[in-house]
Every structure is written in C-alpha cells, then in structure tokens.
Design a binder for this molecule. Structure first.
Ligand SMILES: Cc1ncc(C[n+]2csc(CCOP(=O)(O)OP(=O)(O)O)c2C)c(N)n1
Length: 363
C-alpha cells in the first residue's frame, strides 16, 4: 500500500567493530589519535577498573558496602566512550557507570563511599564534569539534553553524554529526551550500554526494534551500533558523535552491544533467568582480553607487565578502601542543607523539628 512503512527495510543491522576478539585491528577504521601508547594507557585503566569492581563486590559480601551495581564486562564501553570526550564535556551517568565516572575524574574512593551509603561520595571535586548518579532509570537523558541546549545557547563548544541501559529505552522520558534533542539539535550523545538485560528482562522482550541504535531514525538524527566490548570501536563512535555535536549536527545515539558478566546488583541472582552456557559464550568476547592480545602482538605487553599492573592496582585499591571508609559520617541535617542552595524558612523549621525529634529519641 502506498505510504506503508515496512520495518523489514531496517532488518540488516551493521555493527562497527575495529578491534576483534583475537586482538586484530582494522587499521583503516582506527582513529589516528588512538595510538598503541594510548591503547596501553587505557588497558592499565581497564585492569584497575576490573579489580575495583571485584573489590567492591567483595566489600559488599563482607558487609562493608551496601548494594552495588557491578560493571564487569562493560569496561570497554565505559572507558572507550569517556576517553573520547573533550575537557569541557559533561557526563550524566546512571548507576552502573563507575568506570566511566572514574575516567572522567571522579575519585574511586568517592564512588566507593557512595555505595557504602555515604551521599558525600556524590559531592565530586569542582573541576569534575560529572553529574550525580541517577538511580531512577532513564530520567537523566532529559537533563543531558537540557544542559546541552543551554550550552548551545551560550555558544560553549561542548557536548553532554547520557549513559543508560537497554531497559531505559522503554521509558517515556527517554523518548521525550530523544525527541527534544532531534527537534532542537541538542549537542548530546545518547550512550546506551545494551548489556542484554534489564535485571531479568532480556533485550528480546525490551523492544521489537531490530536494534536500539535505529530508534534514532524516528527522531531525525543519527545512530550507530558498535561492538561495546571493542575499545577502539566505542572510542571511534563517541569521537565522531562528539564532532557531530560540536559542529552543529545535533545528537547521536550510540548502542554499545555488550554483556553484563556479573549480577544486576549484589541483591540479584542471575542464575534465575540466564544460563551458565550463555555467560560462557560471552567470555571469549571479554573487552580486556582483546586489548591485551593486541598489545602483546605489538610487543607492548607481557606477563611481567600484567603482574606489575595488577599489583599496583591492588595497592591503589587498598588506599581507596581506607579513604572511602574514612569519609566522615553524614549528619542528619545534611538532607535539609543540601536540598536547595538557600534553605527556605519552611525547610529550616522542618529541620529543627526533626533534630528535636531525634534528641527526644535519644532520651
Ligand atoms: C524509574 C525506575 N523504575 C524502576 C527502577 C528499578 N530498576 C533499577 S535498575 C532497573 C533495570 C535497568 O535496566 P537497564 O536500563 O537495561 O540498565 P542496566 O541495569 O542493565 O545497566 C530497574 C527496573 C528504577 N531504578 N527506576
């Protein structure tokens, strides 16, 4: 029928891959600034981050940390995208972006302190251009678009990047953000880590779209699906999206296809909804393994270096844990003090009332 739109025309989805699982690099697709030295530097960070993630899990099991959302398996997606940002760009993370936040300058001890239940962990140093963690799923892409539009009006040469999962793409606010970004050409990068699950809901039940990237089409801007376990592809796609944003071409949706190797959070048992065979099928695609293989081929890595990076990372993590545990305990009035820049009288009265109530409890 005339005008009928058949979604099967989008049936073929091409995925950008530059660094393959065996460590072979498609040189013609490789961004020139992603030198071997840069790959080596990013690999060191990835090792540190994998160990930091494992340390956080251990701390939770020891009762020294609250619920934690691990990112194991998603290091390339987070490190590659964060490394491609410019100095003035702003990051809007959800709750699984410890690696990206760290790459952007958030101290690991602040991230740990946050998961230990201390809100002070969200008060980042002033020069760090990262918004606080968004626990509500899918709300912060709207903030990223608003921020980007303000920067555009002020003619600041920056972009924003919002991180979210495949589950968030079913939220209304995600679509509102995409629509607004399309209409007003917001310099925003929508970075979806499609890690195949939203807690127990598999990607196949999340959307009938052939890919998440193709959703950008409906909003009038570009999208790309990349191998999210490929550091080079993620870096290249983010860099291009950033250039597009800064040159006035508006938003880009990046779908980084990856896999959450761990549980959704420490409160989750993934064996209830996925098989061990499935997890094992993803292990050869581990984002760390392929960078290491590549560096070994270039004679830029060996077992000795691996061991020294591991030892250095573990030492650093010992200090991180000490510092996180030494964060001062929050006081009850902080919830009132930090709600608004200036405390209105109404809130001040509530605070006084609450503190009096606590005193009464103490007897
Ligand atoms: C608005 C809202 N609804 C529900 C939840 C509970 N919840 C936390 S994480 C999650 C799934 C998120 O999945 P996805 O967006 O794919 O991100 P992932 O956890 O895989 O990184 C849900 C439903 C929440 N935090 N916020």
């Amino acid at each position: 029928m005339k005008g009928f739109f058949d979604p099967s025309i989008l049936e073929e989805v091409e995925m950008l891959r530059i660094l393959g699982p065996e460590g072979t690099m498609e040189e013609e697709l490789r961004p020139p600034e992603l030198t071997d030295e840069k790959m080596q530097e990013l690999y060191r960070e990835m090792v540190f981050l994998r160990l930091a993630d494992q340390r956080a899990l251990n701390l939770q099991r020891q009762g020294r940390m609250g619920t934690y959302a691990p990112f194991m398996g998603q290091e390339a997606a987070q490190v590659g995208s964060a490394a491609a940002l410019g100095e003035g760009d702003w990051m809007f993370p959800s709750f699984r972006e410890g690696a990206a936040m760290y790459m952007r300058g958030v101290p690991m001890e602040a991230i740990f302190a946050y998961w230990m239940g201390n809100e002070a962990g969200q008060r980042f140093p002033d020069e760090v251009k990262v918004m606080p963690i968004s626990i509500p799923v899918g709300t912060h892409p709207l903030h990223a678009v608003g921020f980007a539009l303000a920067a555009k009006i002020k003619r600041e040469p920056i972009c924003t990047i919002a991180y979210f999962g495949d589950g968030a793409t079913s939220k209304g606010d995600f679509h509102e953000a995409m629509n607004m970004a399309g209409v007003l050409k917001a310099p925003t990068i929508f970075f979806c880590q499609n890690n195949q699950y939203a807690i127990s809901v598999p990607r196949t039940l999340q959307t009938a779209s052939r890919s998440i990237a193709q959703k950008a089409l409906a909003y009038g801007f570009g999208g790309i699906q990349v191998d999210g376990n490929d550091l080079a592809a993620v870096y290249a796609a983010t860099k291009t999206a950033r250039q597009r944003a800064l040159s006035g071409q508006g938003a880009t949706l990046i779908e980084a296809v990856t896999y959450r190797l761990g549980p959704h959070t420490t409160a989750d048992d993934p064996t209830r909804y996925r098989t061990q065979e499935e997890v094992e099928a993803w292990l050869p695609l581990d984002p760390l393994v392929r960078v290491r293989k590549y560096l070994e081929k270039c004679c830029m890595w060996d077992q000795e270096m691996e061991e020294s990076v591991y030892a250095f990372a573990q030492e650093k993590l010992n200090r991180v844990v000490q510092q996180a545990e030494a964060f001062p305990e929050p006081t009850p009035e902080e919830i009132f003090i930090y709600t608004l820049e200036k405390m209105p009288q109404r809130l001040e009265l509530q605070m006084k009332d609450y503190l009096a109530f606590l005193k009464e409890l103490e007897g």
